[in-house]
Design a protein around this ligand. Structure first.
Ligand code: NDP
Length: 267
């Protein structure tokens, strides 16, 4: 029988993860199945326990369960601990190991086309997605990592957790007036409702990159970035790269991401 994996979320119907992991398994010759499972709100721990009892070996976790998954784990990777959120579970007997591969997924996607060392990075948002990427971004040694959020206090709190004086700052959007960045990452949920975070004109330095974590459609953020002369990309690469890191954690084999990305873009 094949080893079993799954992704838990609510809603979950639109997830691309089963297709991505099926493609990784075919490419690497690994015998496994990967399914999308809807966990009821308020019933996430029970759904995970039932899957593990039924022979599940590991799972991904998506909205809205990443914080609950963090609380459920017996052991955490340093990056999951720093993020306060878990997107990858690995079962070992009765114990659960939790990791967060979102941040390394973003960094692997970005570093394919941009050296982050010495760059001025602006991170928009202070929710689950933003928290997951701070440590991996800092490990790339940027000159600056500035977090802004609609609720400024959440950005200040997040920046304070990583105590890297001179590099890391948090605040509200008004602090951006007159500032320029080499990379602006949209980790807000604004695009989900067709909104643009309140960015001032001139926030992109010449030749800057804009990264939209959402994927699958053009967004007001990407349109704004283009209008400001920046190069934009969506979060599909991050999705595939975080999946590859989870696959490596489970199977010890690192799949190639470029063919899978090309397959998804062609659909
Ligand atoms: P959360 O709900 O945890 O956080 C939402 C954040 O967006 C908060 O900081 C919130 O600010 C801010 N926000 C919401 N609406 C607006 C608005 N209209 N203007 C400005 N800021 C706003 O969501 P997540 O962090 O989990 O997800 C954020 C995005 O990242 C989603 O689009 C998601 O699809 C994407 N994502 C993509 C991944 C990938 O692999 N490509 C992986 C994970 C996430 P406040 O604190 O003030 O409420």
């Amino acid at each position: 029988m094949s080893d079993r994996y799954a992704v838990f979320g609510n809603p979950i119907a639109h997830t691309l993860s089963p297709r991505i992991h099926a493609a990784f398994a075919a490419q690497t010759g690994q015998a496994l199945t990967y399914e999308a499972l809807l966990a009821p709100l308020g019933g996430f721990p029970e759904a995970v326990a039932a899957f593990s009892r039924a022979g599940g070996q590991g799972a991904n976790v998506t909205v809205p369960f990443k914080e609950e998954a963090h609380a459920l784990c017996d052991h955490l990777s340093p990056r999951a601990e720093a993020a306060g959120a878990v997107n990858t579970l690995k079962f070992a007997g009765d114990a659960i190991f939790g990791d967060n591969t979102d941040g390394v997924g973003l960094v692997n996607d970005l570093t394919g086309r941009l050296d982050l060392e010495g760059k001025r990075i602006l991170l928009l948002g202070a929710g689950g997605a933003a928290r997951g990427v701070v440590l991996p971004l800092l490990q790339q040694r940027p000159a600056e990592l500035f977090i802004v959020n609609r609720t400024a206090a959440r950005a200040e709190e997040l920046a304070a957790r990583f105590a890297t004086p001179g590099v890391m700052r948090g605040g509200g959007y008004e602090a951006l007036e007159g500032r320029r960045f080499d990379l602006v990452i949209n980790a807000t949920a604004a695009s989900l409702s067709g909104d643009l975070p309140p960015l001032p004109a001139g926030v992109f330095a010449p030749g800057a990159q804009a990264y939209e974590m959402m994927y699958g459609r053009d967004t007001p953020f990407l349109a704004f970035a283009r209008g400001e002369g920046a190069h934009g990309s969506d979060g599909l690469g991050m999705l595939v790269e975080q999946a590859a890191e989870a696959f490596f954690l489970w199977r010890g084999v690192r799949p190639k991401t470029a063919p899978v990305m090309a397959m998804l873009r062609a659909c």
